[in-house]
Write a protein that binds this ligand. Structure first.
Ligand code: AMP
Length: 112
């Protein structure tokens, strides 16, 4: 059972901010900034390493395009952060690859 697969299939409710053939973007349940969305490939990949190995580039490209579309739709395309946690050591808690799109406030120069 994968919570993001269930969200993609509509079995678990979410607030969708973007959708195309390959990707959805939803509002994060526990936002860390005024804008905090998750860009999620509709196909299950465990993490970014799995995505790079198993995808022919279709989903990777769709993710990049979706990130830009989400930033524009949320009005943060002048400045935002994209975060991917890969693996438990990095703090990945949902093992279906996803990209945090975070903005709406100024960030410090330090990444962490
Ligand atoms: P990560 O720790 O990088 O795996 O990020 C997982 C993210 O998914 C966290 O920021 C959670 O707040 C978010 N999350 C978990 N369940 C849901 C859900 N049902 N709807 C929206 N966001 C969720």
């Amino acid at each position: 059972m994968c919570i993001f697969c269930d969200i993609v299939e509509g079995k678990i409710p979410s607030t969708k901010v973007y959708e195309d053939e390959y990707v959805i973007a939803i509002r994060d349940l526990n936002p860390q900034a005024p804008v905090h969305d998750l860009v999620i490939p509709k196909k299950h990949f465990d993490n970014i390493v799995d995505l790079a190995a198993a995808d022919d580039g279709t989903y990777s490209a769709a993710v990049i395009d979706a990130i830009a579309e989400v930033a524009k739709a949320e009005g943060i395309d002048e400045g935002f952060r994209v975060i991917n946690n890969c693996g438990a050591d990095a703090g990945q808690s949902v093992m279906h690859v996803h990209f945090h799109v975070i903005g709406g406030r100024k960030f410090e120069e330090k990444i962490i």
